[in-house]
Design a protein around this ligand. Structure first.
Ligand SMILES: Nc1ncnc2c1ncn2[C@@H]1O[C@H](COP(=O)(O)OP(=O)(O)O)[C@@H](O)[C@H]1O
Ligand SMILES: O=P(O)(O)OC[C@H]1O[C@](O)(COP(=O)(O)O)[C@@H](O)[C@@H]1O
Length: 303
C-alpha cells in the first residue's frame, strides 16, 4: 500500500483575476476550493493515475471535514487524525503572476503524534510512506527521524518532499526518494544554484547520505534524476501554464505511480515530469489522459 502523510493539509482557495493590485480591493469571479497539502495532492494524483493509496495526516474543523469529504467523493481513501484546530486555508492568486499565502500548520499533542507513529509501525515491507509538505517547527526533528527509522527497519520505502529547516535535518536518513526544487537544494547546502551542472553536483552529494533517488525539479526547465547508476536530465513539455500549484507533488506522484508498477527509474522519471507539466497546464491536478498526451514530449538526456 502507498501511504501519503500530510502533517499540514490545506484548502487551496484558488482565485483567478486579470490583474492583482497589492493594497487595493480586488475582485475575482472565478474561484476554486481544492483540497491541498503535498501528501494529499500526491494521493489525488495517484488516484487519477489508477493507483490506490491512503491519505494520512491531521485535519480539524470545517475545513478538515471539507477536505475529507472531497477526497472520499473522488475515491481517495483517508485515515486522518482529528485535531482541535481548524485546518488552514492557503490562498493562491492567479493573475499575471502567481502569488501564494500559506497558513501555519497545527499544534499537535504527543498523543496525536503517537497515533501516527503507530500507523507507521503497522506498515509492511514493500509499502510506501510519503511524508510531504511543511513540518511544523513545534514537532521535534527526532520525531520525524524516528518515523524514517521505523520505515527503514521495516522495509517501508520512505519518500520525503519537504522544505526549510526540516528538510536540512532529514537528509541524513536513508530515503527512497527526495524531491527538492532548485531553491530547496540550494538551501540544503547554503548556496544558490543556478545551473544544471551545480544541481547535478549537489544532488549527487545527497546520495552519499543513503538517499536512493534524488529528483531536482526546475519548474518550466524540467528536472534531474540522480541515482547511484543514473544521471538524467529531462526537458519539460511546452504548453500554456494555468496553475503550477501541485506540479511538484504531481511529479512525485507520477514517478511513484510508474515505479510501483515496473521499478524502471527512467520510465518513472518520464512519467513524473509529464505529470508535473500536465498539472501546470490545467487549473486542478493532472489526469491520466493529460499525462499520457505529454509523455513523448519529455526529452531525456544523460548528464
Ligand atoms: N512552466 C512550466 N512548464 C512546463 N512544466 C512545468 C512548469 N512548471 C512546472 N512544470 C512541471 O512540474 C514539475 C515540478 O515543478 P516545480 O515548480 O519545479 O515543483 P515545485 O512546485 O515543487 O517547486 C517540473 O519538473 C515540470 O515537469
Ligand atoms: O506545506 P507547505 O509547504 O505550506 O505547502 C502546501 C502547499 O503546497 C501544495 O501542496 C502545492 O505544492 P507544489 O506546488 O510544490 O506541488 C499546495 O496544495 C499547498 O497549498
Amino acid at each position: 500500500m502507498i501511504y501519503t502523510c500530510t502533517i499540514t493539509p490545506s484548502i487551496d482557495y484558488t482565485v483567478y483575476l486579470p490583474a492583482f493590485e497589492n493594497g487595493k480591493l480586488n475582485r475575482s469571479e472565478e474561484v476554486y476550493y481544492y483540497p491541498g497539502g503535498k501528501g494529499i495532492n500526491v494521493s489525488r494524483v495517484l488516484n487519477r493515475l489508477g493507483v490506490e493509496s491512503q491519505a494520512l495526516g491531521f485535519t480539524g474543523g470545517f475545513t478538515g471535514s471539507y477536505i475529507e469529504g472531497f477526497l472520499q467523493k473522488e475515491g481517495v481513501a483517508t485515515d486522518f487524525i482529528e485535531t482541535s484546530q481548524i485546518t488552514r486555508i492557503n490562498i493562491k492568486i492567479k493573475s499575471d503572476k502567481e502569488t501564494e499565502l500559506n497558513g501555519p500548520g497545527p499544534e499537535l499533542t504527543e498523543q496525536q503524534l503517537m497515533v501516527l507513529t503507530n500507523k507507521v509501525k503497522a506498515m509492511k515491507k514493500g509499502d510506501w510512506f510519503i511524508l510531504a509538505g511543511s513540518l511544523p517547527g513545534s514537532i521535534p526533528d527526532s520525531y520525524f527521524l524516528d518515523l524514517a527509522k521505523i520505515c527503514s527497519e521495516n522495509g517501508v520505502r520512505f519518500v520525503l518532499d519537504t522544505s526549510g529547516p526540516a528538510l536540512k535535518k532529514l537528509t541524513n536518513v536513508p530515503c527512497f526518494l527526495i524531491k527538492p526544487n532548485l531553491d530547496e537544494l540550494g538551501e540544503l547546502f547554503d548556496t544558490k544554484i543556478t545551473d544544471i551542472k551545480d544541481a547535478h553536483f549537489y544532488a549527487k552529494r545527497l546520495l552519499e547520505n543513503g538517499i536512493r533517488h534524488v529528483i531536482v525539479s526546475m519548474g518550466g526547465d524540467g528536472a534531474l534524476l540522480v541515482t547511484k547508476n543514473l544521471s538524467l536530465s529531462a526537458k519539460a513539455p511546452i504548453g500554456t501554464v494555468i496553475n503550477t500549484v501541485g506540479s511538484g507533488d504531481s511529479l512525485v506522484s507520477g514517478f511513484i505511480a510508474s515505479y510501483s508498477k515496473d521499478e524502471n527509474p527512467e520510465k518513472a522519471f518520464r512519467y513524473g515530469v509529464a505529470s508535473g507539466s500536465a498539472t501546470a497546464f490545467r487549473s486542478d491536478l493532472c489526469n491520466q489522459q493529460g499525462v499520457e498526451a505529454l509523455l513523448e514530449q519529455v526529452e531525456i538526456t544523460p548528464i
